[in-house]
Design a binder for this molecule. Structure first.
Ligand SMILES: Nc1ncnc2c1ncn2[C@@H]1O[C@H](COP(=O)(O)OP(=O)(O)OP(=O)(O)O)[C@@H](O)[C@H]1O
Length: 255
């Protein structure tokens, strides 16, 4: 999905699509939303955790570390793909391998939160795969495009949205000195000054459009500190009362 999204941004052809429920456009355009205080009941499913941020800020690094350090608590959904499995891959483990026909059918039936095309193959995160993780009792952690926020802010998924924000430029340069950026071509390369500028610009745009939907913001300066902050936020999301859209508690047809 990450590479599909990058391609979307580097070409004029959209190759990454997000599900947009009927309430999506109105929620984005409306400055107000009725909210209520919500305390998750221990018997309720865990809330979905959705991480987002500008490219290269560290969303996947944080998500990966969170899951690797606590595999019994956190898990990502298994994505679908139309590409052929590699020798060591098994359907239902790394991916659900499926035909293009079935994938198209799933798109038609609105079963993906996000899907996109990369090098001629389709990739997607299905709502069922997220549901499977939540039903297993684990906390499902996904990374999303900002445009997918409305698709996860639903009565069922009750996403807790964490925005990963870049630190000021000076700290970005300092902390990313030895880090590598994943590019479209499977080649990792050191960060350049223009990457930092682009990250800042993207962050400004995301914040101006979506700030009202963020439940928590992490400034990803020192990586270890950010991991600790993320873990603390995860506990709060599940165990402490949070403001949520009133429609989640009194669901309507649209939610
Ligand atoms: N706080 C940090 N300090 C130093 N390096 C970091 C920090 N956070 C992330 N990185 C490094 O920056 C690089 C990009 O991070 P990551 O791949 O997680 O970005 P991303 O936000 O998921 O973007 P993309 O989806 O485009 O890859 C990785 O090499 C990662 O290890």
């Amino acid at each position: 999905m990450r590479l599909c999204r990058r391609r979307s941004h580097s070409t004029t052809q959209p190759s990454c699509h997000t599900r947009c429920p009927s309430s999506c456009a109105s929620a984005l355009n409306s400055p107000y939303e009725e909210v209520v205080r919500y305390q998750r009941h221990p018997q309720d499913a865990q809330r979905l955790i959705a991480l987002l941020g500008p490219y290269g800020v560290g969303v996947n690094e944080l998500r990966r570390r969170l899951i690797e350090m606590n595999p019994n608590i956190f898990q990502g959904p298994i994505p679908y793909t139309t590409r052929a499995p590699k020798g060591y891959e098994e359907s239902g483990r790394e991916y659900y391998f499926t035909s293009r026909e079935i994938f198209d059918n799933m798109v038609y039936n609105n079963r993906f939160l996000e899907y996109g095309e990369y090098k001629g193959n389709l990739y997607g995160t299905s709502i069922e795969a997220v549901r499977d993780v939540l039903n297993s009792g684990k906390i499902c952690v996904i990374d999303i495009e900002p445009n997918a926020i409305q698709a996860v802010r639903t009565h069922e998924l009750r996403a807790y949205v964490v925005y990963v924000k870049p630190p000021p430029l000076e700290q970005l340069r300092e902390t990313r000195q030895d880090s590598y950026l994943i590019t479209n071509y499977y080649v990792n390369r050191p960060f350049k000054e223009e990457d930092f500028q682009e990250m800042e610009e993207a962050a400004r745009k995301i914040e101006s459009h979506f700030w009202q939907f963020f439940d928590h913001v992490i400034v990803n300066d020192n990586l270890e500190d950010s991991c600790v902050q993320l873990l603390t936020a995860m506990r709060k999301a599940q165990d402490e009362p949070q403001w949520v859209p009133a429609s989640w508690i009194r669901p309507t047809i649209e939610s």
